[in-house]
Design a protein around this ligand. Structure first.
Ligand SMILES: Nc1ncnc2c1ncn2[C@@H]1O[C@H](COP(=O)(O)OP(=O)(O)OP(=O)(O)O)[C@@H](O)[C@H]1O
Ligand SMILES: [Mg+2]
Length: 112
């Protein structure tokens, strides 16, 4: 199992969620975050205005998936979140040691 963590532009959430649902992904965590990349936030446009600050609003999506699904999940997020402009975001993939569904005690693959 892997955690796929993606930092995306906020207005791309619905498209990304739809793409993940299409892959059979059953759960998703979304967090409002702020960050910057190579341009240090200075030259990006957010909602029509150039931000003078260094940190730009982004959404962090975290999805736990079976390892076999990771490539498809990366491809789906990339296709859905891409505008081609700077600031489209990043995807990071990390291993999961254990997953548990609290209600039932199911573990790992059964818990996703
Ligand atoms: N190295 C990093 N570590 C952690 N978070 C990052 C890193 N790079 C980017 N991010 C996060 O991703 C968001 C979007 O980054 P961004 O897409 O601007 O990266 P970039 O490398 O500058 O690429 P681009 O040139 O396409 O803008 C940032 O606001 C930040 O939240
Ligand atoms: Mg950038």
């Amino acid at each position: 199992m892997k955690i796929v963590m993606a930092i995306i532009k906020p207005f791309k959430l619905e498209e990304v969620r739809d793409a993940l649902t299409g892959l059979g992904v059953h759960g998703l965590t979304v967090t409002e975050v702020k960050g910057y990349g190579r341009q240090k936030g200075h030259t990006e446009i957010y909602r029509g205005a150039e931000y003078a600050v260094s940190f730009l609003p982004k959404l962090k999506i975290e999805v736990a998936v079976p390892s076999e699904l990771v490539t498809k999940v990366i491809d789906a997020i990339t296709a859905a979140a891409k505008t081609g402009q700077i600031g489209d975001g990043k995807i990071f993939v990390m291993p999961i040691e254990t997953a548990v569904r609290i209600r039932t005690g199911e573990r790992d693959g059964d818990a996703l």
